[in-house]
Ligand binder design. Structure first.
Ligand code: NAD
Ligand code: SER
Length: 316
């Protein structure tokens, strides 16, 4: 990777990925783009940036050509709960931007990383220790776009030789940018409530297990997978990756070690609960570990300590 483009740089992942890549490659080599939400001042001031609509292929192509881009991170998407409220939008953004990125990558010989998700699995998938290669019949439009995206990305690799790679991220927890309307957002919001001294109202019921990951590990996954020699890859789109699995009681108990008076009550959100129930409890990420050395650093304890330390600086 010499010159990198990050589409969706004001989002939860993009806002941290751009800065990590600029630290590694130098500010001028990492181009950030946004659409509706403005970029952070740190991103706007540390390298090139553009406002582009990735549903217009020409807008992507112009930036790729101008900056001699050899790797595109396509982070444009509508997350699970929001997409379920507007399925056409979820499909159009998820698939439209991906197809455009694939075509631009093909034309300019660039590699492409587009995240998939635990949402690519569904009620028929084995929920425990979910295998890398298994049944994928999701019940959400978000999941349908993720499965279609995995297939389309593999197709572009096999048919046209485009270097497409991807991971199935679990719920991502971060202290910089709030998540964009997913089912796993509660695992971020619970930390904000604890640090602000507020009671947390949990939208998912006790016993709802899902895979999760702290953002520094997610950023490393995005960078490490794109750097590994292609000879090592048996899979491409997409690798299971996980760092921990918990339910609301387990994360609440961990946070209570720091805030003994922290209160949580349950008010189940039926849509989010039904989505969460259709996703794995815990994934098997052995293939990612073997094929490109995936090895997350943060477990629940380490993540909780860091989240609380960083949110105290930000909020208090
Ligand atoms: P986000 O919602 O925070 O950010 C997505 C960004 O895409 C937004 O800034 C939005 O403005 C931009 N965007 C939307 N439509 C666009 C368009 N037409 N042109 C250009 N930009 C557009 O999402 P995120 O959490 O950063 O997720 C990024 C990717 O990772 C998505 O594919 C998502 O499905 C996947 N993912 C995220 C998580 C998570 O927990 N955050 C988990 C699994 C997978
Ligand atoms: N965090 C994402 C969501 O809940 C998982 O893909 O939509």
């Amino acid at each position: 990777m010499k010159n990198v483009l990050v589409i969706g740089a004001s989002g939860q992942i993009g806002s941290e990925l751009v800065l990590a890549l600029r630290n590694k490659l130098g500010g001028s080599h990492v181009v950030a783009t946004h659409l509706r939400t403005p970029l952070s001042a740190e991103i706007a001031e540390s390298g090139p940036s553009y406002k582009i609509d990735a549903s217009q292929a020409q807008e992507i192509a112009d930036v790729v050509k101008k900056h001699d881009i050899d790797l595109i991170y396509n982070l444009a998407a509508i997350l699970s709960a929001t997409a379920e409220a507007n399925p056409m939008l979820g499909w159009n953004v998820g698939m439209g931007t991906l197809l455009n990125c694939l075509e631009v990558a093909r034309e300019f010989n660039a590699a492409l990383f587009t995240p998939s998700s635990i949402g690519a699995f569904g009620p028929g998938t084995p929920p425990d220790n979910t295998p890398q290669d298994t049944i994928q019949r999701p019940k959400t439009i978000y999941g349908v776009t993720k499965v279609a995206g995995e297939l389309l990305s593999d197709y572009y690799f096999k048919r046209f030789g485009v270097d497409t790679r991807s991971v199935r991220y679990p719920g991502l927890i971060s202290n910089k940018t709030l998540p964009g309307g997913g089912t796993t957002d509660y695992a971020v919001e619970i930390y904000y409530a604890a640090v602000k001294g507020e009671k947390f109202v949990c939208p998912l019921k006790k016993g709802t297990f899902m895979d999760m990951m702290y953002m520094p590990d997610a950023i490393n996954a995005a960078i490490d997978l794109m750097e590994v020699s292609p000879d090592r890859l048996i899979h491409r789109n997409s690798f299971n990756v996980t760092a921990m699995s918990f339910d609301p009681e387990i994360i609440y108990t961990e946070i209570k070690k720091h805030y003994p008076n922290f209160m949580m009550e349950y008010e189940v959100h039926p849509l989010k609960q039904s989505i969460a129930d259709s996703w794995p409890n815990s994934m098997d990420d052995t293939c990612a570990r073997k094929e490109w050395g995936w090895n997350p650093k943060f477990d629940l304890k380490a993540m909780t300590e860091d989240m609380i330390k960083e949110l105290k600086k930000k909020l208090l």
